[in-house]
Every structure is written in C-alpha cells, then in structure tokens.
Design a protein around this ligand. Structure first.
Ligand SMILES: [Zn+2]
Length: 338
C-alpha cells in the first residue's frame, strides 16, 4: 500500500483582474472602516480623505479594465503564435508513425507502469509514437535545487502517462505545454503554501507542469490505488487548454459538449461532497471536491477513470461515459496481458 496521497497541488497563476479586484475590495473595506471609526468618534471624514480614497478606487477600477484588455490581447497573440506550431506538430506526428521505443525502454515501462501493461497491445505503438513526439516538443528541466539526475527512464514514465491521456486524441493536445520541471525537494512555486505546512506533489498550468519526484514512484507504480500525480497534473493541463481556466470543464464554452460537462458537474459535485460528508466511500477521492473553483474534480475523476475504471463505470456511469467520450478510451475493458 502506498503512503497516504499528498492532497495538495497547485494550478497555474492567479489572474491579474482577480488580484486587482481583491485590492479594490480591500480598499473598500479600509474606506468603510475609516468611515465607521469616524462615525464612532463623531467626526466627519474630511473631503480630502474622501477624494484620496475615491482616486485610489477609481484608479484601481481603470487598472482592472486596462489590465483585462491587455491580458486578453496578449492571450490572443499567444494563441496565434502557438497555433502556428500546429501544422509542424501534426507533420512531425506523421513522420513518427511506426517508430517504436527501444526494447529496453518498452521493458522498463512494462516493469514500472501497470497502466502501460494494461493498455491494449493495439494501442502501445501509438502511445510510443506520442512519447517520442512529446519528448521533442516539451522540455524537461530541473529545479535549481535538483540534486539527482534526470534519466531517460524518468522522462519515459512521465511522458507515457501524460500521453496515455491523449493517445486517441489529437497530437496537438499539448501544443501549449512547454516545460516539465522536476523537483526532488518541496516545490516552491509562484504561490507559497508553506504556511499550510504541506508540500505539493505537483503543480500544473497551461504551459508548465512541476512534479516532485519524491512522490512519483509511489504514485505510478500502483495502477489501482486511485492516486496518480502524473495523470492528475496533465489532466489539469488539458482542462486549462480550452480557456485558461481549470474548472473541470475541459471543453470550450462554444462547443457542443460544454452543456453536458456543466450539467454533470452541477449534479455530481454536490452529490460527491455529500457522499464524503456521510462517509460513503465514493469512487472519486475527497480531494475532487476540495477546491473553490471546482478545478480538482476533473483531474481526480481522470485518476479514477484509469485506476478504478470498473468501479467508476458501475457506480458513476455518467462520469465514466463522459470521460470515455473525452479520452476516446474504455479502460474498464482493458485486461492486463491482452
Ligand atoms: Zn490538482
């Protein structure tokens, strides 16, 4: 049995408008407090103080509007630039058709990854083509504190599980992903969670994944413990791709599938929360309902989809079938050795 799964991970960066809105809210609170204290002392707030706060609040509101517009323009430019890479990736995917990993690398994956063993033999060559492509388009790097060596084996483990998610989807699914950063010490990202005294096992954004290798082995070497940091973080990446938001709706809001995902989430999220509150031991782990933005539901559902597929199909068929359509895979039917 693995050690208890570390529950905390991080997802991307907070966006600028949200930060500015928080500053604005804070200023309102300060202003309200100043007014309250003045009223309590039977004093009037001076005109100058009022003007000063008014100027700050007005200035912040303008900064929010300008910041949002600038960010949207930058986002459009970035998308355009990344879209230019699409034909190149599709072309490269075609060129890699039929190429396999060396027998040593295949044997290593077979030895350490139960999900690779379970994957139908008919899909293994395609997965290996995707691994080769993934390692060409994504840079593996280490944190400045990294002490151990990045081996080909570590790269293969991470790539194999990342590509398992997209093996039947488009080769351009990871178009926006630029780096996988490996740590062998607590991850220190843009947000510092040290006050929680917890160290995240992983972190994901639209263009970056960070993984603490100290959790890797325990996470991937059991194929049915419902915990897999690699599947989890790369599911976040797929959730980010369409709209830069990890909200457990991994399709764009103008797609035909959007309503289906939203309805599922609205229905299943409170149901799952209630099931955990009552101690009913549902398939999806509790971390799925731990996030205010509902961003953990999809990655945790993905973990269950691959690692508890038969149980998920039986107990939560609606979640299972929506994920089956998304990943174009049916892991409940996979039998090891076939
Ligand atoms: Zn997460």
């Amino acid at each position: 049995m693995n050690p208890p799964a570390p529950n905390l991970d991080r997802k991307g960066k907070r966006n600028l408008p949200l930060i500015l809105a928080l500053i604005l809210a804070l200023l309102f609170i300060i202003y309200a407090l100043a007014a309250l204290i003045s009223a309590f002392r039977n004093e009037e707030i001076s005109l100058m103080l009022g003007l000063w706060y008014g100027a700050i609040i007005g200035g912040t509101a303008i900064a929010i509007i300008v910041g949002t517009r600038k960010e949207r323009a930058a986002w459009r430019d970035e998308l355009k630039k990344e879209d230019q890479n699409k034909p190149r990736i599709l072309e490269r995917a075609k060129e890699l058709k039929g190429q396999r990993l060396s027998l040593d690398r295949q044997n290593h994956l077979r030895k350490v990854l139960p999900l690779y063993r379970k994957l139908p033999n008919s899909l293994k060559p395609k997965l290996e083509e995707r691994i080769l492509l993934f390692q060409e388009i994504v840079e593996f790097r280490t944190s400045s504190k990294f002490k151990t060596e990045i081996t080909q084996q570590i790269k293969d483990i991470i790539s194999a599980e990342a590509c398992l998610l997209t093996v039947n989807r488009s080769p351009t699914d990871y178009l926006h992903l630029k780096q996988v950063e490996l740590w062998d010490s607590p991850i220190i990202g843009p947000e510092d969670f040290s006050f929680w005294n917890k160290s995240p096992a992983g972190e994901a954004g639209r263009d970056m994944v960070r993984i603490d290798l100290r959790h890797l082995e325990a996470s991937v070497n059991e194929g049915d413990d419902n915990y897999n940091i690699v599947l989890h973080e790369f599911a976040h990446v797929l959730d980010f791709v369409d709209d830069r938001i990890a909200n457990s709706i991994p399709v764009s809001n103008d797609s035909n599938e959007y309503a289906k995902w939203k309805a599922l989430l609205d229905r299943e999220y409170p149901k799952l929360k209630k099931a955990h509150r009552k101690g009913l031991n549902p398939v999806l782990r509790e971390y799925a309902v731990s996030d205010f933005y509902r961003g953990e539901f999809f990655p945790c559902a993905t973990e269950s989809f691959f690692e508890r597929s038969v149980r998920l199909k039986k107990e939560d068929p609606e979640i299972y079938y929506l994920l089956k359509d998304f990943y174009i895979l049916d892991p409940a039917e996979w039998i090891e050795g076939q």
